[in-house]
Ligand binder design. Sequence first.
Ligand code: FE
Ligand code: FE
Length: 171
Amino acid sequence: MSTLRETLLEELSDILDAEKQIIKALPKMTKAAEHEDLKRAFEMHLEETEGQVERLERIFELMGENSRSKKCKGIQGIIKEGEEMIKEDLGDAGLIASAQKVEHYEIASYGSVHSWARLLGEDEVADLLEETLDEEESTDEKLTQIAESAVNAEEKDEEEGEKVHAKNRGK
Ligand code: FE
Ligand code: FE
């Protein structure tokens, strides 16, 4: 059986690959987004994600290991679904849903590696992982806010507009 340290290194390689896939996907999502707030949120998170990759490389260094990445199939699947949403033109609501799946996946992964690093007494590593975990959580919250305020408000307006039309036609 592997040691917790080996498990931590394996999971870190998985996350490093996930972050790299996300860096490739975010510009496409920015381009597909309609609402300015959503575009800006994706752009900002791209910058953050680049910092997260640097943080992971620093973590491997702190642990005395070469940084390595291992194909993350989980995030690959989520990103693929997101690309389908874009193709099917499911709008900002669809984009937000798929971006939140990515963030939730990351939150789960960073939550685990963060607690393992603490258990192993790798406090500097754990602190760095906690910084990223905080960024993923705030991104998730921001996406919820955008969905509730901007995007849904617009869709509601459209639907109510249609209801009024239908009512007027009925008279
Ligand atoms: Fe990330
Ligand atoms: Fe993220």
